[in-house]
Design a protein. Structure first.
Length: 224
């Protein structure tokens, strides 16, 4: 699938169908009542919610929104009102786990493949519906994409998400050597991508369920 432009309706439907079937099977296998999406307001979260509802129906899909300032103040008074991003993320995750346990739901995190490859950590949620879609592919599907700040810094050095994703696709999908895959990036950007991949190697061995859309998928056949 191309990493730029706008994805046509047929391709979009095909992607949604594959992801939807994986989500349905995961819910069946787990004996769960449905899915709870960690909704951070991102384009990725909107896609996951849209495709989850299409696959499972509205009654089987819930969203856990980001905590409000009041909720942060009540749960983490020492950090309010300016709680660090990591604390907000963990409070969001903790709240979602409680909701999921109460309603017998599987947790889904909306991270894209670029974020998973270069972000250094892997979300602990069992479902990663967009984990085989690069950020530029999400952008083509949703009109925008989001990345952790550390990955945004790499994208800025590289001059955009396109060159970064092209390097990742050349390395992983086309199985080129690291030197060849990073050849179109300048030395600083290439080193940043190489270092980020190395830093996340341990985390990538402990990834949740990712619907397989490409030739090499995290958790299925991509551990390096």
């Amino acid at each position: 699938m191309p990493g730029d432009g706008v994805v046509n309706d047929r391709r979009r439907e095909r992607i949604a169908s594959v992801i939807g079937e994986v989500l349905r099977q995961a819910v069946r296998d787990a004996g769960a009542a449905g899915i709870l999406v960690l909704d951070d307001g991102s384009p990725e979260a909107r896609l996951v919610l849209e495709w989850s509802v299409a696959a499972l129906g509205e009654s089987a899909v819930r969203r856990a929104g980001m905590p409000t300032a009041a909720q942060v103040g009540a749960a983490l008074p020492a950090l309010a009102p300016d709680a660090p991003g990591a604390a907000l993320e963990e409070l969001h995750r903790c709240r979602a786990r409680l909701i999921a346990r109460e309603h017998d739901l599987l947790l889904a995190h909306p991270a894209n493949k670029t974020a998973l490859l270069l972000g250094g950590t892997i979300p602990p949620e069992p479902l990663l519906p967009l984990g085989d879609l690069y950020a530029s592919q999400v952008e083509a599907l949703a009109g925008a994409c989001t990345l952790p700040s550390s990955v945004e810094a790499i994208v800025e050095i590289a001059g955009g998400i396109g060159p970064v994703d092209a390097a990742l696709q050349a390395l992983l999908e086309e199985r080129r050597t690291m030197e060849d895959a990073l050849a179109h990036l300048d030395d600083r950007a290439g080193a940043a991508v190489r270092d980020a991949l190395a830093a996340g190697r341990f985390a990538r061995r402990r990834v949740g369920l990712v619907p397989k859309l490409g030739t090499r998928t995290l958790g299925i056949d991509l551990f390096a």
